[in-house]
Design a protein around this ligand. Structure first.
Ligand SMILES: [Zn+2]
Length: 376
């Protein structure tokens, strides 16, 4: 609409300026986070969830395509998002969540809409909040698919962590809080203690069940025909080196795992920021009406992908200025300033979202290994 294309009456002028003012106000004064919490206005999405347990709800977002969206403020049974895809002959479940209760909730939701056999459950990557509920699927006799490295990471890391007490596990992180010389260092270090605690605590609550079927990245995109509904699984590097995305190409719907999060800083515990940014640039070339189920946060579209890329750009730009000014990496990881527009974005913790990302940029730019903190 171009309201200025013809001579206009005063009335039209007023109507035009009012709507422009409203748009301007929306852009300027509604916080990004508030916009990010609202469901996209997309005809594919059913406004009414099929089930809502508080900690997660399940909503239809396409023809045979459902999203499980978690609300961590009401419980951590699922913690991550997920969903399921249902064809004439079979269904795929996405994510093992943080507990078998979460996986069971999702399986029950599937049975509310279909009785077709479960073809497989897929872990988008190896992290605890996407895998620790796998035992529920395995007990049902359903295969659990994942990247070939996922099972090894789960076994090695979580077994080792669980061999330590929580106190011992937190000790080096708490030491950083005690030794912090400024308020800001102390706050950042405290956020890391809380992040590390939230990594440790779910481990050992339920039997760990490893993915049963490794999917070979060399054979991707991998097509799965569910009967009248075709799914493609692709491998990207970014949030981890085990990331899988699940696409429903005919409907432009993509389950992103933690490669995409909504209204949050990217969690970079085990990530590769430069590859991650390249992955997001690739995905930005998907159809402009693509609907995403992010790993955490509300269902979203391309504009949210653009915001996530802008957050990465901002971290990289600030880090580059510090690098060029000769600021040491230990200081640079603490000096990043969260822009006002992202101030309400959740951070898993300072170190895991910002510190390690800056550390990795420094390592790339200097061509030398840089090591500030232990990040598992
Ligand atoms: Zn993750």
């Amino acid at each position: 609409m171009n309201i200025f294309s013809k001579p206009y009456s005063r009335r039209r002028f007023l109507a035009g300026t009012t709507s422009l003012a409203a748009l301007y106000a929306a852009g300027k004064f509604v916080p990004l986070r508030a916009l990010a919490q609202s469901l996209p206005n997309d005809p594919r999405i059913d406004k009414q969830p099929i089930v809502d347990k508080g900690y997660a709800l399940v909503r239809k977002i396409g023809n045979g395509v459902y999203a499980t969206v978690s609300d961590r403020s009401k419980g951590l049974q699922t913690r991550s998002n997920g969903g399921f895809i249902v064809g004439r002959d079979g269904a795929l479940l996405i994510e093992g969540f943080q507990t078998p209760i979460g996986a069971s909730f999702q399986a029950d939701a599937l049975r509310m809409v279909s009785q077709v056999p479960v073809h497989a459950a897929i872990d988008t990557h190896w992290h605890f909040d996407h895998t620790l509920g796998n035992s529920f699927y395995i007990d049902k006799g359903w295969p659990v698919w994942a990247h070939p490295k996922a099972a090894g990471y789960l076994k090695e890391k979580y077994t080792r962590w669980h061999a330590e007490t929580l106190d011992a596990f937190l000790a080096p992180w708490e030491k950083r809080v005690t030794e912090a010389k400024t308020d800001s260092l102390r706050e950042h270090a405290k956020s890391d203690v809380e992040g590390v605690r939230s990594l440790y605590e779910p481990n050992g609550d339920y039997p760990m069940a490893l993915p049963t079927h490794p999917l070979d990245p060399a054979k991707m995109p991998m097509k799965v025909d569910l009967g009248g509904l075709s799914v493609e699984i692709e491998n990207f590097v970014g949030h981890t080196d085990t990331d899988l995305i699940i696409r429903v190409p005919d409907q432009n719907i993509v389950y992103m795992g933690d490669l995409l999060v909504n209204a949050q800083y990217p969690t970079n515990i085990n990530g590769y920021p430069t590859s991650w940014r390249a992955t997001l640039a690739n995905i930005a070339k998907f159809d402009k009406d693509t609907l995403f189920v992010p790993g955490h946060g509300q269902i979203c579209g391309m504009e949210t992908l653009a915001v996530m890329r802008a957050v990465f750009d901002d971290i990289a730009e600030q880090a580059e200025k510090l690098y060029k000014a000769g600021v040491a990496v230990e200081e640079a990881t603490e000096r990043y300033v969260v822009p006002a527009k992202y101030k309400d974005f959740r951070q898993f913790s300072w170190g895991f979202c910002i510190g390690r990302t800056i550390e990795q940029f420094y390592a790339e730019w200097s061509g030398k290994p840089v090591h500030v903190l232990n990040y598992f």
